[in-house]
Write a new protein. Structure first.
Length: 331
């Protein structure tokens, strides 16, 4: 979805700025005293060689209700989203703008969270909630954008997640340029190139999980999402579990706009990528397109997206286990 949601009214930057200043739901909150906690000592972490975790990516449509295409009331819907997200270990949200307090304040299970950068037009809408320690949080703005997507510092975040003693995975939360005009798709291709370059430079040799609203498709000729797999060795959880490793055919036809009508077998713009490292074997046990869990009592989606999730399993490779055991003996 675009940064300002699909099928919404066009606003000038100044008009949007005034709207934000006058909106009474733009309160910033850390959510808890442990927000954005950076780990210094990891002695409290268990010395484990394998484990599992669940992860979810969700564009929560947190723009002011007047300019958002989500059909349900935003404050109460995002509060409901926050409660449902507590079932997942690591959460990436996009468009977390004007109702951030509703998302964070009722959550007492994710002890590690990134701090909001504010409502539109100040924040990027990207945040991570985790039951595992976070560190090295970096926010990167896209070099290229078009239209309404240029009204906020849209981009991606890099966060290091610690799963166990001396076990880390690099996490990326992404929100790419929206729309499928040739100009917008061109900017999105540059977004993916910028992201790919960053991963090569900053996550070389590391296990990676990348989740977010990429706004692009393998099945759209003018997108280049596959660059993440060819240049960075990432696997797509949907391709792995639903397509048996086969990429969709790239067509020049403009994709259907209503992503709420998709199923597990359909390609969505919300994606989950992952890769192992020389020391950590990482794989997905399952992948789910959650088109029912995040609905209200009337059956209406709580956002203008459905989230995607995956269950991950990891283990240290034999050579890493040997080195770990040797180092403990030396101590």
């Amino acid at each position: 979805m675009p940064n300002l949601c699909k099928n919404k009214r066009a606003f000038s930057l100044w008009g949007l700025f005034v709207l934000v200043l006058t909106c009474n739901s733009t309160e910033r909150t850390n959510g808890s005293s442990v927000t954005d906690l950076l780990i210094g000592k990891d002695s409290f972490m268990k010395d484990e060689t394998e484990g599992q975790f669940s992860a979810i990516s969700y564009n929560i449509a947190g723009l002011p209700a007047i300019i958002c295409s989500a059909k349900t009331p935003r404050a109460s819907s995002i509060a409901a989203i926050g409660k449902k997200l507590q079932d997942f270990d690591i959460v990436h949200v996009q468009e977390d703008f004007n109702y951030h307090s509703q998302l964070y304040d009722g959550d007492d299970v994710h002890n590690y969270r990134t701090e909001t950068k504010g409502a539109v037009p100040f924040g990027d809408g990207l945040n991570t909630l985790s039951k595992f320690p976070l560190s090295n949080v970096v926010r990167v703005k896209w070099n290229d954008c078009t239209g309404a997507d240029c009204m906020t510092p849209k981009g991606f975040t890099y966060t290091r997640v610690q799963l166990a003693l001396n076990v880390f995975i690099d996490f990326y939360n992404v929100h790419s340029n929206a729309y499928n005009t040739l100009k917008a798709a061109s900017a999105r291709r540059e977004n993916i190139k910028q992201l790919s370059d960053y991963i090569r430079k900053h996550s070389s040799g590391n296990a990676v999980v990348l989740m977010g609203d990429l706004n692009g498709r393998y099945g759209f000729f003018y997108d280049n999402i596959q660059l993440l797999t060819t240049e960075n060795g990432l696997q797509d959880a949907w391709i792995t579990h639903q397509k048996r490793g086969k990429m969709p055919e790239a067509l020049k036809i403009i994709p259907a706009a209503n992503i709420l009508n998709l199923t597990d077998s359909s390609e969505t713009i919300d994606k989950i990528f992952f890769r192992s490292s020389p020391t950590i074997e990482l794989k997905t046990i399952s992948y789910s397109f959650l088109n029912r869990l995040f609905n209200n009592k009337e059956g209406l989606p709580l956002s203008d997206h459905h989230p995607v999730s995956a269950q991950f399993a990891w283990h240290l490779k034999p050579e890493r286990k040997h080195l770990s055991a040797h180092s403990h003996k030396a101590l």
